[in-house]
Design a protein around this ligand. Structure first.
Ligand SMILES: [Zn+2]
Length: 496
């Protein structure tokens, strides 16, 4: 009983024998009672005197009650003994993000990850669908986004093509599968940075119509969307318009992070726009463009989410939800922002990024992290937590599983309870058989690797940092400067 993850808010068992009965399909048989006094997504289960009763006020609560029964069945061999559980989540937003742009994961893998989420009572799947290294969603009005933008010739030192994308039908299937497990799906179209796959497909989306490749290296790229042209914003609206029929949930993620301004500095259209708006900084211009997209989303009943960035933020509009990852914003500034009315989703890279090595982000670090800081007075503005799996160096589903477990199990307890119990790591291992039933291949349940594996882990991390921060981008920087000089020499250029 105490092996359940997330551990229920309240559970008691008295030692009397109780064995589950089954229906025709082999599932645990219970009587259901609708009880309006039970909180949203919450449930109560009582197993006593030969009767099993599950109560909830909504379908999600009933679903989580069934998940608990299924887990108890597996963990106790169908004989849990008499018990009483009263349970409800601490956070309404319990997220997991899969980056399908850096590496493409097929529909079956995404469905499997949804199964993992359902077992762990996570309720929001964030799909990072577009980035410099690949555009993964079919947009009928712009077919080159996938025919060109979904493929790169090679990746770092791997000299073979990588690519793939989801048709809108694929994504509808994913969304329907998620909904049947009470999981919402948040699509992310990263804009105006992390956008070079789109520019590779449609060069006019960039500042000078220059031909760029879908990125073959990782890191922050110089080719970003031109924010001086009306047509770029129109493009984004067209993309979102098509997505509205696929992603029917409330939240839409617009990225907004890590935008290099080098191109804008030397783009006549961008400079004209900055002057026209009377903006002093590029982040103000970015905020203006973002505002237009946020209003467009609002007109369609959607709420915008962006990655946080340091102040002055492109998301100064308080209706925009921030996904906190850091990006120059320390927790004191975050606290002020939250107390002033900003709603946030907590995904601090340390300790919540699941691709980082265990020597950097251990499962214990997740246990020790408080998603709602002590100085936050407006606690309701912390909507919840999300655990991102970036995939720059996670090319296969098998490697993904090793990154996810046990950390996602412990993270799910943080999401459900506000903070995991101290023994969550040892209980996580007991969930491995349940995950294996879903097709998972979890790694050794090590939380902090030691010795040689610790060193290997560190080297892996340094390699990622090298790729991210130096090699490919040095070249990108040189190219950007060269393009700027060339542009400045042109007689019709209206820039200094
Ligand atoms: Zn421009």
């Amino acid at each position: 009983m105490s092996s359940l993850i997330p551990v229920p808010q309240k559970s008691e068992f008295n030692g009397n024998a109780f064995v589950f009965s089954r229906d025709g399909s082999g599932a645990v048989k219970y009587d259901y009672v609708k009880d309006e006094t039970i909180p949203v997504e919450g449930y109560e289960i009582k197993a006593a005197d030969g009767h099993l009763v599950l109560k909830s006020s909504d379908e999600a609560g009933r679903f989580y009650g069934e998940v608990t029964l299924g887990a108890l069945d597996a963990l106790t061999g169908g004989a849990p003994g008499e018990f009483y559980i009263s349970d409800a989540p601490a956070f309404g937003y319990r997220g997991y993000m899969l980056d399908v742009s850096r590496y493409f994961f097929d529909v079956e893998t995404v469905l499997k990850h949804i199964d993992y989420m359902a077992l762990l009572k996570l309720n929001t799947l964030h799909l990072h669908l577009t980035d410099d290294q690949g555009w993964r969603v079919e947009i009928k009005k712009y077919p080159r986004l996938t025919s060109v933008g979904a493929y790169r010739r090679r990746t770092l030192m791997r000299f073979r093509e990588h690519g793939g994308y989801y048709t809108q039908e694929d994504l509808k299937k994913i969304v329907a599968y998620a909904h049947s497990r009470h999981i919402s799906v948040v699509p992310e179209i990263d804009f105006p940075g992390h956008f070079s796959a789109a520019i590779a497909a449609y060069p006019e989306l960039g500042c000078y119509g220059e031909h760029v490749k879908v990125a073959e290296t990782f890191g922050i790229k110089y080719d970003v969307a031109c924010i001086g042209k009306e047509s770029t914003v129109a493009f984004m609206k067209d993309v979102l318009e098509e997505l509205f029929t696929v992603f029917t949930d409330e939240y839409y993620h617009l990225g907004g992070d890590e935008v290099m301004c080098d191109r804008w500095n030397i783009c006549p259209e961008c400079r004209k726009q900055k002057e026209k708006l009377g903006c002093e900084s590029w982040s103000e211009v970015q905020a203006y463009v973002l505002k237009e997209l946020v209003s467009f989303l609002a007109e369609h009943g959607k709420k915008a989410v962006i990655w946080n960035e340091s102040a002055p933020s492109p998301g100064s509009d308080k209706s925009v939800i921030w996904q906190y990852w850091q990006g120059g914003l320390d927790e004191n500034k975050l606290t002020k922002e939250v107390n002033a009315g900003r709603r946030v989703i907590m995904s601090p890279s340390v300790p919540y990024y699941l691709d980082l090595p265990y020597s950097v982000n251990s499962a214990f670090a997740i246990i020790n992290y408080k998603p709602v800081g002590d100085n936050i007075t407006e606690k309701g503005n912390v909507l919840g937590v999300e655990f991102p799996l970036w995939t720059e160096l996670v090319p296969t589903a098998k490697q993904a599983d090793k990154k996810l477990f046990p950390r996602l199990i412990v993270g799910a307890e943080a999401a459900w309870r506000g903070a995991p119990e101290k023994d969550a790591v040892s209980r996580a291992e007991k969930y491995y058989p349940l995950l294996k039933r879903l097709g998972a291949k979890p790694g050794k349940p090590l939380c902090v690797k030691r010795g040689l594996s610790f060193i290997a882990d560190r080297l892996w991390w340094e390699r990622r940092r090298l790729y991210w921060g130096v090699l490919g981008n040095l070249v990108g920087d040189l190219k950007a400067r060269h393009a700027a000089k060339r542009r400045l020499r042109q007689p019709d250029s209206h820039i200094m």
